[in-house]
Design a protein around this ligand. Structure first.
Ligand SMILES: [Fe+2]
Length: 195
């Protein structure tokens, strides 16, 4: 009797999960352009240029990034993020840890009291949902370097949100390639950032 009650709960849970648009299906459309045996394991350097507007990949309203590394092997990526005062990156959580270093401007997470300034390092644990905002009083655009050790999942609302979108080294590589093609930049250069 008790067992069958549990079973119906499990069935209901599975039915709910199956109805969700799970991000894993998205991998079917991401070939990443570099097969595993083509990926380099060697070290590399890349030079960002914060003053070259063309190189900033549009991400959200008032938010851009310049990529440093697409780690499609582990799923993560690293990049320099730029945001205008008052701009936001929607509520999301990470499936791995994140390291961030602020170079310019002031920004915060709406879920926390602290404000990051030039020189502020931040560690974000996996699973913590947060909403990034460049503070209105920031005297210049925020520029920060982030190392993201896995995918991130955007939520459809700040509290008790459900799945809205997925991002990782694969999706950002596709997004960056699209921008490079549209901006007349050499998208093949991005292959050098793939590991
Ligand atoms: Fe984050």
């Amino acid at each position: 009797m008790l067992l069958s009650a549990f079973q119906s709960e499990i069935d209901a849970l599975n039915a709910r999960l199956l109805k969700k648009d799970m991000p894993i299906t998205a991998f079917n459309s991401f070939t990443d352009g570099l097969q595993p045996d083509q990926r380099s394991r060697e070290h590399f350097i890349t030079n960002t240029n914060l003053d070259d507007d063309n190189l900033w990949v549009p991400y959200a309203n008032g938010i851009w990034f310049q990529p440093c590394c697409f780690n499609v092997t582990a799923g993560g990526f690293s990049l320099v993020l730029k945001g205008l005062p008052g701009s936001m990156v929607g509520t999301h959580y990470h499936v791995g840890g994140v390291h961030g270093y602020t170079m310019r401007g002031r920004w915060r997470y709406l879920e926390h009291e602290w404000i990051a300034e030039p020189g502020t390092y931040i560690y974000e644990p996996a699973g913590e949902a947060h909403t990034l905002m460049i503070t209105e009083d920031s005297s210049e655009p925020m520029i920060a370097f982030f190392v993201v050790e896995g995918g991130l999942i955007y939520l459809d609302k700040p509290a008790d949100g459900g799945f809205a979108a997925y991002e990782d080294g694969f999706t950002l590589l596709e997004l960056t390639r699209k921008h490079y093609r549209e901006a007349g930049l050499d998208a093949r250069k991005l292959d050098l950032l793939v590991r």
